[in-house]
Design a binder for this molecule. Structure first.
Ligand code: PGA
Length: 248
């Protein structure tokens, strides 16, 4: 399976022109990639102005679970698809924290996105406090169980979904802090996720990934890609990440 490298632009950049420039530059570098699937997740409004290529796919940073109706501010899976998105990030810790998303909400979104034909990147990971208390395992188990309710029966393989669901292990304390988890610990968490699920969807690592450290994560046997925030806002840095992933 190809490595999955996902750019999460978050609420950046600040103009359509910049978004187009960044996307064009990344698309140029990504052209011809054989071993990497590159996915760019821009803010919703920019999706309309960016045109995916076979080497540079588009994804949403979030999605709502209903198809239509009186849901102010919401975007449906069908709308994302119509704008060319193939992927969607669900359950990012910033959504959990700033938008009050619970595991129940995330579960509804995962189900709706899959039913709508999108591929899902589900984010899980412990906070610093949970980590200090030694609760990482319980947190991952609880999140996977609740977020994937009616989607994936824990402990049993689900080959049909293997290609449509990726899990991003993102320890909350490592996101945007410049303090990444060690490749060894990230690999151990990925192994645990495999064990909990009972099969092997792609597990990505996310949290202060950059061109300098990406190689170490991708060299780990259980890590199949990365979710990249800050470093995806520089076309040079992200381009280097893609190239390293291609040749690892
Ligand atoms: P970061 O963000 O690479 O800036 O740490 C990662 C993420 O939020 O997915």
């Amino acid at each position: 399976m190809k490595k999955l490298i996902v750019a999460n632009w978050k609420m950046n950049p600040q103009s359509v022109a910049e978004a187009k420039r960044l996307f064009a530059a990344v698309s140029k570098t990504a052209r011809g990639l054989k071993n990497v699937e590159a996915v760019i997740c821009p803010p919703f409004p920019y999706l309309y102005t960016l045109h995916p290529t076979p080497y540079t796919l588009l994804g949403g940073q979030d999605v709502f679970w209903e198809q239509s109706g009186a849901y102010t501010g919401a975007v449906s899976p069908q709308m994302l698809k119509a704008l060319g998105a193939r992927y969607v990030i669900i359950g990012h810790s910033e959504r959990r924290r700033h938008f009050g998303e619970t595991d129940q909400i995330i579960n509804k979104k995962v189900q709706a996105a899959l039913a709508g034909g999108l591929k899902v990147i589900l984010c899980v990971g412990e906070t610093l406090q949970e980590r200090k208390r030694g609760h990482t395992k319980q947190v991952l188990r609880r999140q996977l169980k609740k977020d994937l309710k009616n989607v994936w029966k824990l402990g049993t393989g689900n080959w049909k979904l293997r290609n449509r669901l990726a899990i991003a292990y993102e320890p909350v304390w490592a996101i945007g802090t410049g303090i990444p988890e060690t490749p060894q610990n990230a690999n151990a968490a990925a192994a645990l996720i495999w064990k909990i699920l009972g099969a092997s969807p792609r597990v990505l690592y996310g949290g202060s990934v950059n061109a300098q450290n990406i190689g170490k994560y991708l060299a780990m046997p259980q890590i199949s890609g990365a979710l990249v925030g800050g470093a995806s806002l520089s076309s040079q840095e992200f381009g280097r990440i893609l190239m390293i992933a291609e040749h690892i």
